[in-house]
Design a protein around this ligand. Structure first.
Ligand SMILES: Cc1cc2nc3c(=O)[nH]c(=O)nc-3n(C[C@H](O)[C@H](O)[C@H](O)COP(=O)(O)O)c2cc1C
Length: 341
């Protein structure tokens, strides 16, 4: 069975599968790998601090970098100042984003203590002002990602959704947990179904989708228009590809071979070095080794992800320590080579 795509304003999402925004994970290299292997309908950047952009933080600006191959793409921003959020949204549009998404789901203290992220679930008036300001600032579609509410005492999402819909958003994503939960417990998909009854804009459901069966179940049981997948896609673009194929009504692709997993981990490492060091490509840089002085910094930023590419392969646990200590693509290649059959 094929599940139809949906439209976010005038942006068409062909496959109803969205790669979730994930800080320090869904950077440009990871998104490109997911796009090439799974081709989800939409990808989202990790969140970008509007205040940091306002203050000219170059490191934050880099997170807004886009590759034409990954479109349609949404840049996610967070903040608590309506004007600053509008200003940053305008920059997203200038950088080539197809959509700008506002984060109202991040529960971590460093974000919430500034009144941003999930803290906005407690302040519907300010949340609405932010949405209005962003909608006014850009001509691309604006979307919001929320959690169900701050804590269990109030399912705030339906009221917020109606306010945002009136303010002009073109899609809403619900991570079906309350902010106070963090990642504890199971996502409650029934909340997605209840929210579906209140909103008319496309609704994307999120939380604990790991397999094609989960994705189909969420779509059919809640009536949402699309599913968003986060953790299950980390170092596992093939898992995302299986979900995408199922939703397109295609035959599921086979599990990746060990060689594919190793080669993709290496490609991720090369892309990360090129991206972090602002090089055209890793191969080009090899001809000018002086450009690779900070290669270790780029490789170390993948410490969480590289070992996950080989999870479950016999012998993988033994080389994890080597991967943690790797400072160059050559080190990663050397560590992984022992797994080749
Ligand atoms: C490492 C990590 C970083 C995340 N960063 C963001 C973020 O920048 N913006 C956001 O809206 N959600 C963020 N999330 C939440 C995910 O987008 C998603 O809502 C959550 O992981 C639930 O989906 P899942 O069960 O498919 O992982 C992050 C999650 C993880 C695991």
């Amino acid at each position: 069975m094929q599940f139809p795509g949906f439209s976010v304003g005038d942006v068409r999402v062909e496959t109803p599968l969205v790669l979730a925004p994930m800080e320090d994970v869904t950077s440009l290299p990871m998104r490109l790998i997911c796009k090439r292997i799974a081709n989800p309908g939409l990808v989202v950047t990790e969140f970008v601090s509007a205040m940091a952009i306002h203050h000219g933080a170059v490191k934050t600006l880099k997170k807004m970098q886009i590759h034409p191959e990954e479109r349609p793409l949404s840049i996610q921003i967070f903040g608590s100042e309506p004007e600053v959020m509008g200003e940053t949204a305008r920059l997203c549009e200038e950088m080539g984003a197809d959509i700008v998404d506002i984060n109202m789901g991040c529960w971590v203290p460093k974000v919430c203590k500034t009144g941003s992220g999930a803290a906005l679930l407690k302040d519907p008036v300010l949340a609405e002002k932010i949405v209005t300001s962003v909608v006014k600032a850009v001509s691309i579609p604006v979307t919001v990602k929320v959690r169900a509410g701050w804590d269990y005492s109030l399912f705030a999402a339906p009221d917020l959704a109606l306010r945002f819909q009136d303010a002009g958003i073109k899609m809403l994503t619900l991570h079906a947990r309350f902010a106070k939960q963090g990642f504890e417990g199971e996502a409650n998909w029934d909340l997605i179904k209840r929210l579906r009854e209140s909103v008319t804009v496309p609704l994307v459901g999120n939380g604990d989708v790991k397999t094609p069966e989960d994705a189909i179940k969420m779509l059919t049981e809640t009536g949402c228009d699309g599913v968003m997948v986060g953790r299950a896609a980390i170092s596992n673009p093939w898992g995302l590809a299986r979900i995408a194929a199922a939703l397109r009504g295609e035959e599921l692709p086979p599990e990746p071979t060990i060689e594919e997993r190793i080669e993709t981990a290496l490609e991720h490492a090369r892309l990360q070095v090129a991206y972090q060091l602002e090089l055209g490509s890793y191969e080009e840089a090899l001809e000018h080794p002086e450009h690779l002085q900070n290669e270790g910094w780029a490789i170390r930023s993948l410490r969480g992800q590289l070992p996950m590419y080989i999870k479950g392969i016999p012998g993988a646990a033994q080389i994890r320590a080597e991967l943690y200590q790797a400072n160059t693509v050559a080190d990663v290649e050397q560590a992984l080579s022992v797994l080749k059959t």
